[in-house]
Design a protein around this ligand. Structure first.
Ligand SMILES: CC1=C(/C=C/C(C)=C/C=C/C(C)=C/C=C/C=C(C)/C=C/C=C(C)/C=C/C2=C(C)C[C@@H](O)CC2(C)C)C(C)(C)CCC1
Ligand SMILES: [Fe+2]
Length: 513
């Protein structure tokens, strides 16, 4: 059975009580928010790409043995403008839209020169971010949308540019134990410079963003082609930023609107170039004195990173080419057999020696760790060529016990990707033993698995894993599945009496006691 990615999905704003099978742990109290694209056509117009779809947010609230489900469209300006016009009028990454389609190229040029290019999208359908006490729906533009985490109602539109010159910001921040959020963005050709900026937002009461502080900036390798990135790594003392040869061509972007092509066509992958790995000291905001590089790759998701014995070890999901993005074009998804062209995502471990390479011979591997085959060979003074260890093949949407973020860790929960845009399995990977434990069920498509720690739990995998499951068994409803994280066995499921849909990422808000 095939999943219809292009179908518009319904919202269910009124809370519905789910039908529970099994035993929900009594400590599991809180709300799992999930975000993803949900509307793909308006009137006669259709987006080109699945990631472009207008956001549909979900929530699953666990309280006193019950599960309450609701879902709501994100009613941002993009949604309102598209709905009012009864067609798509706001451009997204994969779809260039024109408010007045009758315009020819010449009038497009005039529109462009008049600076009346439609404002950038606030269709925040990728993830949720917490800044201070506020929750935001987010994609990667300069706009995020505050949402009420209980009712999922759309609130203020926030422009990062009010606080910081950035055109793009990731939807995957990190958080410290004290609640501070860390994120990074790209500032394109601002005052003649293109750079990446790491910033932090302290955990203050409402409006925390106004206390945003820049930690450091990394100059871009080239002014007119900054790298695309979707996340970054953080340990107690370092940030890890991968400057990959998957780049935005700014000159192409400047003319995309009038040429009638989408932003995505201005992304280029240069396999002949290498990937730079920037290791930045969090205290000084300076890069360490060694240049690390590896061969060309494309990374969207960092898994985790930690420090040990003078090394920084980090794990990512890496691709050999941009086929993941291409696979999610709606016309490609329609013929799902074609999607087998996707390069297999691999979970890779890199090890970066931080100590000086003085006195080390050229050609020597500086990694001195027993448990990984990752290497970092000195090529010349101050320059190391890094080769990763492959931890696991065919996986995406990694989640960990976030209490172990930046620390040595052992377990990753991921979606299994097998030559298709529809995942049929999720798994737990034990990095130490390489053991994989899987969950699957006939005609069921699970989402990104989210780990929730048991309060005062013992050990890294003491908790549950939540995944929402699209159920294509005739007459059966979608459900949220609760797995015991240790055994990866089902402890409960809650049928929501609704058709769930494919989404991207989730954020769990524990209930305050
Ligand atoms: C570029 C640019 C601009 C425009 C920027 C825009 C519109 C940016 C939008 C960015 C967005 C929406 C980014 C979204 C990224 C999403 C990513 C990387 C998603 C990854 C998804 C994965 C790995 C999916 C996995 C899967 C799913 C979902 C289902 C499973 O069943 C199967 C599996 C695992 C394959 C401006 C601001 C106009 C000007 C400046 C430059
Ligand atoms: Fe992501």
């Amino acid at each position: 059975m095939a999943y219809d990615y292009a179908k518009n999905r319904e919202e269910r704003p009124d809370p519905v009580k789910a039908d529970i099978k099994g035993n929900l742990p009594s400590w599991l109290q809180g709300t799992l928010l999930r975000n993803g694209p949900g509307i793909f056509s308006v009137g006669d117009t259709t987006y080109n790409h699945w990631f472009d779809g207008m956001a549909l947010m979900h929530s699953f609230t666990f309280k006193d043995g019950e599960v309450i489900y609701r879902s709501r469209y994100l009613r941002g300006d993009t949604y309102k403008d598209n709905m009012a016009a009864k067609r798509i009028v706001v451009s997204e990454m994969g779809t260039m839209a024109y408010p007045d389609p009758s315009k020819n190229v010449i009038s497009r040029v005039i529109t462009f020169l008049n600076h009346t290019v439609p404002d950038f999208t606030d269709n925040c359908g990728n993830n949720f971010i917490r800044y201070g006490k506020d929750y935001y729906a987010t994609s990667e533009t300069n706009y995020i949308r505050k949402v009420d985490p209980v009712t999922l109602e759309t609130q203020d539109k926030v422009d990062y540019m009010k606080y910081l010159a950035v055109n793009l910001v990731t939807s995957h921040p990190h958080y410290d134990k004290d609640g501070t959020a860390y994120n990074m963005g790209t500032s394109i050709a601002e005052k003649g410079k293109t750079k990446y900026t790491l910033f932090k937002v302290p955990d203050t009461a409402a409006g925390a963003l106004k206390n945003l502080e820049v930690i450091c900036t990394v100059p871009c390798r080239s002014l007119l082609s900054p790298s695309y990135y979707h996340s970054f790594g953080m340990t107690d003392n370092y940030f890890i930023f991968i400057e990959q040869p998957f780049k935005l061509d700014i000159l192409k972007m400047a003319t995309a609107y009038m040429r009638g092509v989408n932003w995505a066509s201005c992304l280029k992958f240069c396999p002949e170039e290498n990937t730079l790995i920037h290791l930045i000291d969090r205290k000084t905001g300076k890069e360490v004195g060694i240049k690390y590089y590896t061969e060309a790759m494309i990374v969207y998701h960092h898994v985790n990173a930690f420090e040990e014995d003078g090394h920084v070890i980090f794990d990512v999901i890496a691709y050999e080419d941009p086929s993941l993005y291409n696979m999610f074009y709606l016309n490609v998804l329609k013929e799902q057999s074609k999607t087998s062209a996707m390069s297999v995502p691999k979970c890779k471990r890199f090890a970066l020696p931080v100590q000086t390479d003085k006195g080390i011979d050229v050609g020597d591997d500086m990694v001195k760790l027993q448990y990984t085959t990752a290497s970092a060979v000195k090529e010349k003074e101050g320059k190391l060529l890094c080769q990763p260890e492959v931890l696991c093949d065919g996986v995406e949407l990694p989640r960990i016990n976030y209490d172990f973020n930046g620390k040595k860790y052992r377990f990753v929960y991921m979606t299994c990707v097998a030559m298709s845009a529809v995942a049929t399995k999720i798994m737990k990977l034990d990095i130490e033993t390489k053991e994989r434990t899987e969950w699957r069920e006939e005609n069921c498509w699970p989402s990104e698995p989210v780990f929730i720690p048991r309060p005062n739990g013992e050990g890294e995998d003491d908790g549950v894993v939540l995944t929402t499951v699209i159920n294509s068994n005739p007459g059966e409803s979608g459900f949220i599945l609760v797995l015991d994280a240790k055994s990866f066995k089902e402890v409960a499921r809650a049928y929501v009496n609704a058709e769930l849909h494919m989404d991207m990422h989730g954020y769990f808000i524990p209930m305050e006691n």
